[in-house]
Structures are given as structure tokens and as C-alpha cells.
Design a protein around this ligand. Structure first.
Ligand SMILES: *[C@@H]1O[C@H](CO)[C@@H](O)[C@H](O)[C@H]1NC(C)=O
Ligand SMILES: *[C@@H]1O[C@H](CO)[C@@H](O)[C@H](O)[C@H]1NC(C)=O
Ligand SMILES: *[C@@H]1O[C@H](CO)[C@@H](O)[C@H](O)[C@H]1NC(C)=O
Ligand SMILES: *[C@@H]1O[C@H](CO)[C@@H](O)[C@H](O)[C@H]1NC(C)=O
Ligand SMILES: *[C@@H]1O[C@H](CO)[C@@H](O)[C@H](O)[C@H]1NC(C)=O
Ligand SMILES: *[C@@H]1O[C@H](CO)[C@@H](O)[C@H](O)[C@H]1NC(C)=O
Length: 627
């Protein structure tokens, strides 16, 4: 039999060009599906976690995410799902396209699941908070794409493998709270940004390559720090001598930086946990008679440390239980987004507050696979859930170079989150005025400003004409520089969904400046009122001023520009950076006049955005011809 069969199989193999028949490595969705079922059927799990073999894997299976076209499983997220026992070998390791694996906070035990090393596409893995024990493998060469490795809070022992050095893409490494012993190997991982080796049994010196991480990354071990005298009875080794020369230097700013990032992370995680907690509760209560709405109990100041940690402590018991059901974790993605995550990922994501917007807080979050996203949390949503989703579908399908794409959203009973790309250069407001003083402020060249405004104008024209939408919230902190250095508009279509957060601080007054006079009372935005907002943006770009800084009662920018023009002090209107540029006076004046046209008090007299685009492009063309 053997010969004929092997020929037959060889032919088959050549025919299909695939090794699937022989190797346990599967290469299609059916294979992934079977691998997942094999995993679940061979591990102790609660009845609530039951993947339905007859329903689609990518769309319905709890904790499973797929690639964009739904052909392979790329993510498995089962945190806090009460999985118990040893991971059956040869199951998860067959998910050959797996990129993100989180088995955090379960009751998994046994040695390090060595077959996971076959997952060559893996970008992030968390086995944190289980009962894994024994030593780690020595060779990690197959994980060349790994960015996040979290093995913290387990019972691993032995030494930290020098083989970690081959994890060249690693951004975050946590081995905290295990029983690792011996010396820390010299890991030349230049991309590493977060390291946590706390609470082990490590000895010796901190290797030079890791000195840049502060003491807080190493506490709770038996390490010799530079500050402590070396043991008297043993003469210093070569390594120690070298160490002494260089010292361990942790600057105060570094410590402060670490402290601040940790604080941000904790606040954000707590905030998201609270959100989930309340939403869950609300769900449970849906069948009960209406009681006090959970939203009313959410602390208004979400980032108030004391309040939040108190609430979090009270709710702590529920968190694991809550993670079990994950319908709430469903994030709706739009086509073309190559993101794959759920709310759980946002929990592990490190995040910082970017700012308080008109409609709520904005965060910058770094996902497990080190992608950076912007998360916006809407407050005071005034439309029904159905209308909200409808609007999200409309906005999510706008694809234009000058409109910041909505990548995904979360719409649960009480919480509305939106996910956008992250624009590293910041908003026009930051570029022009800096944030917290002059941080981020750069001298913007005339060409850059012109291009930026052309982008913004095109984005607005596009949504006015193609989508019959008005924006309603054009302002310098809402427009960003895209990768081609053109402007692009964010927060499209949000103005109709939410009431502005009621604030009386300066940024709220700032926002009012962009509102056309006819909308101050009605708050109804129209294409004409967008043109007004754009006009203010244009004046702001030309003058470099968002308001008259030296006056108590800030004067309207339009009034000021008009006044200065009447007195023929044109030179004083423009930003110094622009005045320095030779031969552009005529164009500056042309643009200034366009700004004034756009801010005409009479809506009907304002030009349409398409006309604005034409005028600006004309100015750009002239500019190119004259060079
Ligand atoms: C599994 O899914 C099928 C089709 O989606 C459905 O008819 C069936 O009731 C489900 N079974 C269970 C046990 O939920
Ligand atoms: C690592 O990632 C890159 C880009 O994402 C990809 O081209 C490459 O194939 C990956 N390596 C492995 C071993 O999968
Ligand atoms: C690691 O722990 C196991 C028990 O889990 C023990 O048998 C072994 O000796 C330990 N190894 C080291 C190096 O401590
Ligand atoms: C560390 O790695 C970088 C590239 O990743 C390499 O250029 C450098 O020579 C290495 N340094 C040492 C001391 O091995
Ligand atoms: C740490 O290591 C020392 C010896 O290096 C040993 O005596 C001690 O028991 C260890 N502690 C733990 C918690 O493993
Ligand atoms: C390290 O990890 C432990 C346990 O997960 C955590 O409590 C601690 O805050 C972390 N420290 C740093 C500096 O990240």
C-alpha cells in the first residue's frame, strides 16, 4: 500500500500545493475553526463559553477576531474567562495566522506552552495572571514579529533566557511577579519601551542595555544597584567594574515620565472598566423596571483619581465576571481599517488623554500590537441608539483624503466610543499655537499653511456636496495634518449626535468663536455655517492668532482683522513667520479677503466651499508659476 499511496499523496500535494494534509498546521478558516474547537473541547471552561459549531466563526464566536476578509483567525482574546487546566498542545498553535493572543487572568497551568513558538505571525501575547510554572524555552527566534510579551503574575522560574535577544521587534516585556532567578541577560533590544521585571528573585547587576529603564522596572529583586555598595567579601568582577564606571543613571524626568505614563494607564484602564461595568449592569437591568440610570452614577469627572479608584475597588469583584460575556466587547469596524482589537485590547492599551473636546474626552491609545489610535468618547448623546448607528454608518463610509476616516465605533446602551487614526503631528491648533505653552509649535511655512487650508476646504466641500452633510464643529483643534501635509477634517458628523459638553472654561469660549452668528442660538449647523468656521480658521492661519492675546475681553478675530485693514496696517495682521517670506503679500491679502468673505455675517453672501477650493488652488497655482 505504502508506495502507491505515497505517490498518490505526493501528486495530491503537488496538485494542491499545500501541506495541509500532512502537517498539523492548517491554512484555512475551517482548519482554524477546528483548532479552536479542539482547544475548547479539551480544556475546562464555563458553559457560557460555548462556540457554536454551526454559526460563522468570524462573526459570532466569542473572543475570536479575523482578518479583513474573514478568511483566517488573527486574534484570540479570552481574558478572565475561567479557563482551567493545561492548554491542550497542538490546538491554538495551529492558528498559523494568529497575531494577537490574550489568555490573561485565567487558571491555566503547566509548563510554558512550547508549541506557541510555532505561531510565527504573533505580534502580542499575554499569559499574565495564570499558574504557568517551570522554566521558559531558550530559543525565541520564531517570534521575530512579536511586539508585546506579557508573562507576568505566573510561577515561571529559572533564568531569563538570553534567547529573548532575538525578539528584535519587542516593544513591551513584562515578567513581573514570577520566580525568575539568576542574572538578567544583556538584551540588546533597541525598540523596547516598557520593561517590567519587578518581584522576581533576580540577582547581579542591571545590564547596560537595560539601564535606561528606571529602578521601578526592577524593584522587588535581589539586584545590586549602583547606590548600594557592592558585597565586600567578593572582589568586583570585570562586569561590575565596567558598571561602576558608567553608573546607573535615572534622570528625574525619566522617573516622572514613567510615573505619569503609569498614572495615565491606570486611569484609562479604570475608566474603561467602569464604562464596561455600567454598561453591563444596564444590560442586566433591561428586563427590570427602570431604576436610576447608571449614567447618572458615573462620576462626572472621570479622571478624578480618588473617586475613580474608589468606584473601581467597589466594582472589582465584577470585573472578571463581566469579561466573560463579550457582546459588549464588539467593536464595529469599517471597511479598509486594518485594525483588529476589541475593548479588551483597549484595556491593556496604554493611553493618555489628548484633550477635552466639544463632545467629550479624546485619548491616544497604544494597542498591544503597538498600533496607535485615537479614541473619542462622546458624552451627552441626544439621539436614539438606532439613529446613532445610522449616522456612524454614514460617516464611517466617507473615504476622502481630507476627511479623517472613522475606523470603528462602539455603541452600547450608555457608551459611545469612536476610533480614528492617530495624527502624530497634532492638530492645526497645536501646530500654530503649541500645547501647554509652545510644546509642539513649529514655524509653519507659507506653503504649508496654504496646503493645509486647501486640504481642509476640499474635505468640507466633499462632505457638503457628496454626502449632503454639514460638519458643525470646524475649529483648529479639529483639523489635522495628513501624511501628505494637507489638512484633513476630523469629527465629521458628530455635531448632530451630541450636546456640547457644558463647560465655562476658556476652551469652550474658544470653540464659540468659530460659530457663525446665526447658529449661536439655534446650534443648527449648515454648509454656510461651516464656511464661516472655515473663514475663522483661515484668519487664524494667516494671523497666527486664535484671539487677541493682550486683551482681557477677547475681541472677535473678524472684527479685529477688519479694523486693522481699515487702518491699512496690513503688515501687522499677519503672522511674523509669513511676513518674513518674500513676494507673497498679494497672495496673503487675497487669502485674507477670502477669509473675510467666508465670515460675512449674512450666510447667503458667503462663498460655497467648492468656490473656496478653487480660489485657494488658484493662489497655489500662481505661486508655483512664479517660482
Ligand atoms: C447555533 O447556531 C445556529 C445557526 O446560527 C442556531 O440555529 C442554533 O440554535 C445555535 N445553537 C446553539 C446551541 O446556540
Ligand atoms: C513579520 O511582519 C512583516 C510585516 O508585518 C511580514 O512581512 C513578515 O512576513 C512577518 N514575519 C513572519 C515570520 O511572519
Ligand atoms: C522550578 O520550579 C519547579 C517546580 O515547579 C522545580 O522543580 C524546579 O527545581 C524549579 N527550578 C528552579 C531553577 O528553581
Ligand atoms: C544592538 O543591536 C543593533 C541592531 O539591532 C546593532 O546595530 C548593535 O550593534 C547591537 N549592539 C550590540 C552591543 O550588540
Ligand atoms: C531567591 O534566591 C535565593 C538564593 O539565590 C534563595 O535562597 C531564595 O529562597 C529564593 N527566593 C525565592 C522566593 O525563590
Ligand atoms: C510591573 O508589574 C506589576 C504586576 O503586574 C505591576 O503591579 C507594576 O505596577 C508594574 N510596574 C511597572 C513599573 O510597570
Amino acid at each position: 500500500m505504502s508506495k502507491r499511496f505515497s505517490i498518490f499523496y505526493s501528486l495530491l500535494l503537488i496538485f494542491f500545493g499545500s501541506s495541509a494534509l500532512f502537517s498539523p498546521v492548517t491554512s484555512d478558516l475551517a482548519g482554524d475553526r477546528q483548532a479552536l474547537l479542539d482547544f475548547l473541547n479539551n480544556i475546562i471552561h464555563p458553559p457560557s463559553l460555548a462556540w457554536n459549531a454551526s454559526s460563522p466563526v468570524c462573526a459570532t464566536w466569542l473572543g475570536v477576531t479575523c482578518d479583513g476578509d474573514g478568511t483566517r483567525v488573527t486574534g484570540l482574546h479570552l481574558p478572565g474567562t475561567s479557563l482551567l487546566g493545561v492548554i491542550p498542545p497542538g490546538t491554538i498553535s495551529r492558528l498559523s495566522e494568529l497575531q494577537i493572543l490574550s489568555l490573561r487572568s485565567n487558571g491555566l497551568q503547566g509548563p510554558f506552552p512550547i508549541d506557541f513558538l510555532q505561531l510565527k505571525k504573533l505580534k502580542a501575547i499575554s499569559l499574565s495572571g495564570n499558574r504557568f510554572s517551570g522554566p521558559l524555552p531558550t530559543d525565541f527566534a520564531t517570534w521575530s514579529n512579536l511586539t508585546v510579551l506579557d508573562l507576568s503574575v505566573n510561577r515561571f522560574n529559572g533564568s531569563i533566557p538570553a534567547g529573548f535577544a532575538s525578539l528584535t521587534g519587542l516593544v513591551s516585556l513584562s515578567l513581573a511577579q514570577n520566580s525568575f532567578s539568576g542574572e538578567i541577560p544583556d538584551l540588546n533590544l533597541s525598540g523596547l519601551r516598557r520593561l517590567n521585571l519587578t518581584n522576581n528573585n533576580l540577582t547581579g547587576l542591571i545590564p547596560r542595555s537595560l539601564e535606561r529603564f528606571g529602578i521601578s522596572s526592577f524593584s522587588g529583586n535581589n539586584l545590586i544597584y549602583d547606590t548600594a555598595p557592592p558585597p565586600v567579601d567578593s572582589p568586583p568582577t570585570e562586569k561590575e567594574k565596567e558598571k561602576k564606571k558608567h553608573g546607573i543613571y535615572i534622570s528625574e524626568p525619566a522617573i516622572l515620565g514613567i510615573a505619569i505614563s503609569v498614572c495615565f494607564l491606570i486611569f484609562f484602564v479604570i475608566a474603561v472598566l467602569i464604562i464596561i461595568c455600567y454598561v453591563k449592569r444596564q444590560r442586566r437591568k433591561e428586563t427590570e423596571p427602570a431604576k436610576l440610570k447608571p449614567a447618572e452614577k458615573i462620576p462626572q469627572k472621570l479622571l478624578n483619581e480618588k473617586e475613580v479608584s474608589k468606584v473601581a475597588k467597589e466594582k472589582n469583584i465584577n470585573i472578571e465576571e463581566m469579561e466573560e460575556k463579550s457582546e459588549i466587547n464588539r467593536v464595529m469596524f469599517f471597511e479598509g481599517s486594518n485594525l483588529a482589537f476589541n475593548l479588551e485590547d483597549l484595556l491593556i492599551a496604554s493611553a493618555e488623554t489628548l484633550g477635552k473636546g466639544t463632545f467629550g474626552m479624546t485619548y491616544k491609545a497604544i494597542l498591544e500590537d503597538s498600533k496607535i489610535i485615537t479614541v473619542k468618547r462622546l458624552k451627552d448623546v441626544v439621539v436614539s441608539r438606532k439613529d446613532f448607528k445610522h449616522q456612524m454608518e454614514i460617516v464611517g463610509n466617507i473615504r476622502h483624503d481630507n476627511v479623517a476616516p472613522l475606523r470603528a465605533y462602539v455603541c452600547s446602551k450608555e457608551e459611545k466610543l469612536m476610533v480614528y487614526d492617530y495624527y502624530p503631528r497634532g492638530s492645526l491648533s497645536v501646530l500654530l499655537h503649541g500645547k501647554n505653552g509652545d510644546e509642539g509649535k513649529i514655524p509653519l511655512k507659507w506653503e504649508t499653511r496654504l496646503r493645509f487650508m486647501i486640504g481642509v476646504a476640499k474635505g468640507l466641500a466633499h462632505i457638503h456636496i457628496e454626502h449632503k452633510l454639514s460638519h458643525g464643529n470646524i475649529k483648529s483643534s479639529n483639523v489635522f495634518m495628513n501624511s501628505e501635509e494637507y489638512g484633513c477634517i476630523s469629527e465629521t458628523g458628530l455635531a448632530v449626535l451630541a450636546n456640547p459638553v457644558r463647560r465655562v472654561d476658556s476652551s469652550a469660549r474658544q470653540a464659540l468663536r468659530y460659530h457663525a452668528p446665526e447658529t449661536i442660538d439655534t446650534r443648527r449647523s449648515t454648509p454656510e455655517s461651516d464656511v464661516y468656521g472655515f473663514g475663522i480658521l483661515l484668519l487664524e492661519t494667516l494671523t497666527g492668532k486664535s484671539r487677541m492675546d493682550n486683551q482681557e475681553e477677547p475681541t472677535d478675530l473678524v472684527v479685529w482683522v477688519n479694523k486693522v485693514l481699515v487702518h491699512q496696517w496690513t503688515g501687522e495682521v499677519f503672522d511674523l513667520e509669513l511676513v518674513k517670506t518674500p513676494n507673497i503679500e498679494a497672495k496673503l491679502l487675497q487669502m485674507l479677503n477670502l477669509g473675510l468673505d467666508c465670515t460675512n455675517r449674512v450666510p447667503a453672501k458667503r462663498p460655497e466651499m467648492l468656490k473656496v477650493v478653487e480660489t485657494l488652488e488658484e493662489i497655489e497655482r500662481d505661486q508655483l508659476l512664479n517660482h
